[in-house]
Design a protein around this ligand. Structure first.
Ligand code: NAD
Length: 357
């Protein structure tokens, strides 16, 4: 089925409001999730709502936490989200970093103890819009690790996203925003929810360490593992994310299994660098080189007919244009799970129908 984004925002906002999230934060989190759907990342869209509802209900996410700077040394800062909603803490810390970079030219901001930050590109986009470069390293804890190290059978890492934005004058910023696992865990969940859908080769192993395309190995015992992208290289980058975000900013890596008591949670830590490129570049030669490079990339002959070379971030822009018009596709299982989450929060069938009318 296809659903208009505004209706999804209304429903998801109502769900969070029922969970005692203030209206403005509820709407901001709903808009973040729906924008992930609009940009084609259903893995990080409204399909996460049942997990958020469960985490908030079990008091794993502290919806009233304000979060605060706990270290401020000019260009180096650390923000503790106190397990608040990641979208709110992530945006607040990003805005502090953006304000500071105007003075310092470079900021290193650590963000610790966030409930799920969602799509990391959202924070990069905010920096890009202001004309700044940003680089983000993220780790994921609060539940068992999901990704096996290169050469290993058992999971030892999270899906540890890496993200980088290069701003462009026309606003079509280059944004590389990716899980360091071969595919995002949410994409395995979406395939599992669809039923009878395989994930691409090279993304999963079963509990014996054998390659498989069956997404159920991540949800049904005996559990398998996800694989890093690009063999040893993706594994290496995942480890760097683990240590910079979890070790340096968060003081909590996947190695500390015992820290989360009372069941599943999703906690993100992030280390981000924000850079003002104009510091290097009084004559704007950087922007000229970016555009020269973009043109050069586009001049490559496509390997397939009816396709073309794209920049990182471009598939998201294309999907956004099409989903804004056609609506957001949601499979039946995910839709039922979202409606159930709404009902669990005390929203009746009639109210759901009214919000979607
Ligand atoms: P993906 O594989 O769909 O895309 C990764 C990157 O590749 C994107 O920047 C995209 O623009 C680019 N890309 C895709 N196709 C391209 C092409 N043909 N040419 C050029 N560039 C191309 O993304 P993913 O790894 O599945 O990650 C999905 C989302 O999940 C991201 O937003 C990420 O931040 C998020 N995530 C969050 C967490 C968390 O704990 N908060 C964990 C993992 C992932």
């Amino acid at each position: 089925m296809l659903i208009e984004s505004a209706k999804l925002v209304a429903l998801v906002t109502k769900i969070f409001v029922e969970l005692k999230v203030n209206h403005s934060d509820a709407r901001e989190v709903a808009e973040h999730l729906v924008l992930a759907n609009l940009k084609g990342h259903d893995s990080h869209g409204v399909g996460m709502v049942p997990t958020y509802v469960s985490n908030i209900t079990r008091k794993k996410c502290n919806v009233n936490a304000k979060g605060k700077l706990i270290l401020d040394k000019g260009a180096i800062m650390l923000f503790d989200a106190d397990r608040g909603l990641g979208q709110i803490a992530g945006r607040a810390a990003t805005d502090i970093a953006i304000n500071r970079v105007r003075e310092t030219g470079l900021v290193c901001m650590g963000i610790r103890n966030c409930h799920h930050l969602g799509r990391i590109g959202a924070y990069a986009e905010r920096c890009g819009k202001e004309g700044y470069l940003a680089i983000h390293f993220v780790n994921v804890v609060g539940h068992d690790p999901l990704v096996a190290p290169f050469g290993g059978k058992e999971s030892r890492l999270g899906t540890n996203p890496f993200c980088c934005v290069i701003p462009r004058k026309d606003g079509n910023d280059i944004i590389l925003d990716m899980a360091t696992s071969a595919i995002a865990h949410g994409k395995v969940r979406v395939a599992h929810m669809k039923g009878n859908t395989e994930v691409p080769e090279g993304a999963l192993i079963d509990h014996l360490g054998k390659p498989t395309q069956n997404p159920s190995v991540m949800f049904e015992e005996p559990l398998g593992s996800m694989l890093p992208f690009g063999d040893h290289k993706g594994y290496g980058l995942a480890l760097i994310c683990e240590l910079l975000a979890g070790g340096l900013a968060g003081k909590w890596t996947a190695a500390q299994k015992s820290q989360e008591e009372g069941g599943f949670n999703i906690i993100n830590h992030m280390l981000m660098f924000v850079i003002d490129p104009s510091i290097f570049d009084e004559n704007e030669s950087f922007q000229t080189e970016v555009e020269n490079m973009v043109e050069y990339l586009y001049s490559a002959t496509p390997t397939q007919e009816n396709s073309n070379v794209m920049l990182p971030g471009e598939p998201e822009i294309n999907t956004l244009s099409s989903r804004e018009i056609r609506g957001i596709p949601i499979n039946e299982n995910s839709w039922e799970a979202l409606k159930q989450a709404a009902k669990d929060c005390g929203i009746s069938d009639n109210e759901i129908q009214e919000l979607l009318a």
